[in-house]
Write a protein that binds this ligand. Structure first.
Ligand code: NAG
Ligand code: NAG
Ligand code: NAG
Ligand code: NAG
Length: 349
């Protein structure tokens, strides 16, 4: 169930459900409270997030962060974590769900309609009693008008018009899934699609905001960007999982398991990769930067400056470690705990 300002958003038509979902999406895009929330969000200065271990600042001054990459999710407890965030979203959508009764926050970086239903179930899996009518605050941030549709006039026909982009089908699936579940999802931020789009002089569309964080103490969200020091442990391996997990015969769908809420540890679930990944990495490593962007991005015009460098570091890693079992011996997860200085250290058993 979807609510804004405590009022359920209902579809007026009783026709087939796909058009009801589009109606709800359109109602959220135009809702005055959500428009003003979007305006406020967009005008909030972006927080650059970096962990400076040499700065001499004591560990107590570094906010405790949990960062999720594309395809990952984490549920965090405000008792252990100050901020949770993600970035590098272009056509992807970041989802935050905050349980009003216990303050726990789930954050995910969703890249495909295919993972939405199971992903949402994972994010909400801490609940023991499925009959509870939980009240949840929800923020959706990211995705833009990547389809080449001209929305000078917003009408339903145009919204379904061209489904060749990535962001729109993802947003539709998200709304549909939230709407069909029994929890009460109070939408607080709906900064997606047209709201998150700017155009250059040639008419190319770009997302306005590609990252954000949520303050766990009060659930407020603000634009943010992270860097290599602040994306939490095991960056390269986690990036490899994003592309390799679809090869993994033991992967059951849904979002990647990365973080353990009660222990405040990163537990990077094992991921299998095949010789195919080595082949792809060796082939792509020879391409020029611009070819790489075209081959590997859903939105080559809109990627951040380190997109190519991040890919090349993944390829290097796979070329050096072609067998997944070197990285996940005996198919065990890689476990990391906080080192007390804002960083992480690997736990050995
Ligand atoms: C939300 O918090 C309440 C109170 O702790 C708990 O009973 C409920 O299961 C939680 N719901 C979810 C989806 O985590
Ligand atoms: C937008 O589309 C609707 C229905 O298709 C039409 O009635 C309306 O005049 C259009 N508005 C503009 C500004 O073109
Ligand atoms: C939420 O908490 C953060 C960190 O404690 C604080 O900086 C911010 O002002 C708070 N926001 C609101 C809306 O209360
Ligand atoms: C990558 O892109 C190049 C040029 O854009 C194309 O020739 C090549 O087939 C692509 N390779 C892969 C593996 O997709």
């Amino acid at each position: 169930m979807i609510l804004v300002d405590g009022v359920p958003i209902l579809a007026e038509s009783d026709s087939s459900s796909p058009s009801q979902v589009v109606e709800i999406l359109a109602a959220l895009m135009d809702h005055p409270s959500l428009l003003s929330a979007s305006h406020l969000f967009k005008s909030t200065p972006e927080r650059g997030f970096s962990i400076s271990e040499e700065s001499g600042l004591g560990s107590s001054t570094q906010p405790k962060c949990v960062y999720v990459f594309q395809s990952e999710y984490a549920t965090v407890d405000p008792a252990f974590v100050d901020v949770a965030g993600t970035d590098e979203a272009t056509t992807c959508v970041g989802l935050v769900i905050r349980n009003r009764s216990n303050g726990k926050i789930s954050i995910a970086h969703l890249d495909s309609p295919a993972v939405v239903e199971m992903g949402l179930a994972q994010m909400l899996s801490q609940t023991s009693d499925p009959n509870l009518q939980d009240e949840m605050d929800v923020h959706l941030i990211g995705g833009f008008e990547d389809a080449s549709l001209k929305r000078t006039n917003r009408s339903d026909a145009e919204i379904h018009g061209k489904m060749d982009g990535y962001s729109l089908p993802l947003c539709i699936k998200l709304i549909e899934t939230l709407w069909r579940r029994r929890e009460k999802f109070h939408i607080q931020t709906f900064f997606v699609l047209g709201h998150n789009t700017r155009r250059d002089a040639d008419g190319h569309a770009y997302p306005i905001i590609t990252g954000f964080l949520v303050e766990t103490s009060n659930g407020s969200v603000l634009p943010a960007c992270f860097d290599r020091t602040s994306r939490c442990p095991d960056e390269v391996v986690r990036r490899i999982r994003i592309t390799a997990h679809s090869d993994d015969p033991t992967w059951t769908g849904g979002l990647l398991e990365t973080y353990h809420t009660q222990d405040d540890k990163f537990i990077i679930a094992p991921c299998y990769w095949s010789r195919r990944q080595l082949h792809i990495a060796s082939t792509l490593q020879h391409l020029s930067d611009s070819q790489l962007l075209l081959n590997c991005s859903t939105s080559p015009h809109a990627e951040g400056p380190d997109f190519v460098d991040n890919l090349r570091r993944q390829f290097d890693y796979i070329i050096k470690h072609p067998h997944w079992s070197e990285t996940f011996p005996k198919r065990q997860p890689r476990v990391f705990e906080r080192n007390g200085q804002g960083g992480w250290r690997r736990c050995r058993d």
